[in-house]
Ligand binder design. Sequence first.
Ligand code: HMG
Ligand code: MG
Length: 359
Amino acid sequence: MATYGTYTGTGTGTGTGTGTGTGTGTGTGTGTGTGTGTGTGIDAGAGPAARTASGFPACVKIVEVGPRDGLQNEQQTIPAEIKIALVDRLTAAGFVNIEAASFVSPKWVPQMATSTEVMARIARRPGVVYSALVPNMKGFEAAAAAGVGEVVIFGAASEAFSQKNINCSIAESIERFRDVAVAAKAHGLRLRGSVSCAFGCPYQGAVAPAAVADVVRRLRELGCDEIDIADTIGVATPALVKTVMPAAIGEFPVERLSGHFHDTYGQALANIYASLEAGITIYHASVAGLGGCPYAKGATGNVATEDVLYLMQGLGIDTGIDLDAVVDAGQFISQFLGRAAVSRAGNALAAKRRNAAAA
Ligand code: HMG
Ligand code: MG
């Protein structure tokens, strides 16, 4: 059994962190912690009370979403072997959760049509959860056959976006998700729910925190293990975060809520900082800042994983992830795409290496 915060999972936790926890023991964790044990790896139970000297959580979980949320938005067809190589690099970097695929209609998102092949050929590391988006039972059957560890049902706090993205109302989406949720539980799979447009919608504009709370409640009732509060179009600011996150926390345990921020207006790191202050300990990020949603006009990429890791490092918050290896992964996929990574920290660290090599 591995624990993360107060969530008790069924994975084979293999913490790799070095001890930074205060008040709950220190040491190098190898993943059998019980919340007050000696392991400090992300899945090894540093315990909910562990804090840095400045009061932040001693460790956070970073969910790498680049292979799905990032690549889904690319116009050029990306061969499965590139996606597989990217996921393998991210696995080696130490993520405990990677969103690797999406079992949606290939007519709606052609880039994700290789998801079965990707899931079949990645080099899986025990204890790592590989997640995939699943909009309906057709998607669930494909995802389960492909061996995903976590099914992500994705709803929205905005009616207009729900229609554009999954062709149904919020209420209809919850009914579709009900069957998926039951099937996921029956297969012993983790279930995650995503709330898109929680901070604003490209079609209807403002979204009320009460609408976010309402969808969070409905996803909780479906049995979600984790729920993402997503800024799909990257319009949030810290003040809005301080309004929306408490609304979500009112409906779902804070340690199982995540922040999913896009960086369209350059506010993503500030929003993560505000979310940390609100008690959120799970963050989504995308290597090289890849990303966007084909059904959310104007949205740019997710916050870059390299930038988030640099922030966490500076705050003394353990992620269990090798930043250098993520920089490599970011350079790898950016070279394939033929453009620079959209990560200030990633590009700065890569330049520093080049300068050191040239000196
Ligand atoms: P629909 O057209 O209403 O569905 O689409 P349908 O049931 O009428 O089926 C139409 C066709 O799609 C049929 O094929 C189905 O078999 C097929 P046909 O008979 O025409 O040949 N189909 C499927 N094929 C493969 N896998 C499936 C599947 N389902 C139906 N699962 C549907 C409804 C939900 C399928 C569609 O709207 C869809 O796939 N939408 C996905 C859109 C999407 O992936 N958006 C991006 C992800 S969300 C996001 O990025 C936001 C997030 O990151 C958080 C954030 O930032 O906010 C999560
Ligand atoms: Mg997204």
